[in-house]
Ligand binder design. Structure first.
Ligand code: PEP
Length: 250
């Protein structure tokens, strides 16, 4: 049996200023030897804070990640940030295909795949997000839609070193709602099976995170579900105490 090291990643979204450095420090301080021994921890601040966080805690065991990247390495793309720039600022990973990007910026599976390829080119771990809307779940099509997103968004050559998948039901993000544990396990099992069809044994090494209203109160139960290898945490990651308590729940 393959053992996958759990990963708990905090997506700060469009929150945080330079004044947030002490909060990041509290996360680093709380990532003690016991926690480090069993779980990877990562913070995904706005791009403006990456270099500052990296400089505030040089060599920190808490990973840093961007929240999006452009497929190109450089060029005439005003306002965009490349994977290479994120790496240069201190990131070791980048979220791609978050549902807020897919909804707010009309990002397609094809574009998300190109971004994941860009991440790999720059030596970053790609955290590829997928997840169904409420309408899709109510129509009984959640498994099919997520399998389609995986087929379209995950590049060839994905493996445990370059790719993490985050299952984030759109209706669970920031709402306080979560799927049942059985629904999470069913989806994660279906995702693993889909990845195995495409990547064979390597699929056993790809970590599958759950994201969507993970809190200290529900983290233990969610993280114990079959095929859940960690969590992508939004709101509850903004505060060190709650983020660390989620990480400790694994
Ligand atoms: C997210 O945005 O990735 C997320 C999971 O948000 P929240 O935990 O706030 O639902």
């Amino acid at each position: 049996m393959t053992t996958r090291r759990p990963l708990v990643a905090g997506n700060w979204k469009m929150n945080g200023l330079k004044a947030s450095v002490p909060e990041f420090r509290r996360i680093v301080e709380g990532y003690d030897a016991a926690l480090r021994a069993r779980t990877d921890l990562m913070v995904c601040p706005p791009a403006t804070l990456l270099a500052g966080f990296a400089a505030a805690e040089p060599g920190s065991p808490v990973g840093l990640a961007g929240q999006d990247c452009h497929p190109a390495a450089s060029g005439a793309h005003t306002g965009d940030i490349s994977a290479e720039m994120l790496a240069d600022a201190g990131a070791g990973a980048v979220i791609v295909g978050h549902s807020e990007r897919r909804a707010d910026h009309g990002e397609s599976d094809e574009l998300v795949r190109a971004k994941a390829e860009a991440a790999r080119r720059a030596g970053l771990l790609a955290i590829i997000c997928v997840g169904e809307t409420r309408e899709v779940r109510e129509a009984g099509r959640a498994l099919d839609v997520v399998r389609g997103q995986l087929a379209g968004s995950v590049p060839d050559g994905a493996d445990g070193e370059n790719t993490v998948i985050a299952y984030e039901p759109v209706w669970a993000i920031g709402t306080g709602l979560t799927p049942t544990i059985d629904e999470i396990a069913e989806m994660h099992g279906a995702m693993r099976a889909h990845l195995k069809e495409r990547f064979g044994g390597q699929a056993d090494r790809i970590r599958l995170l759950y994201g969507g209203s993970v809190k200290p109160e529900n983290a233990g139960e969610i993280l114990a579900a079959a095929d859940v290898d960690g969590a992508l945490v939004g709101g509850a990651s903004l505060e060190a105490t709650s983020f660390l308590s989620i990480a400790r729940a694994y």
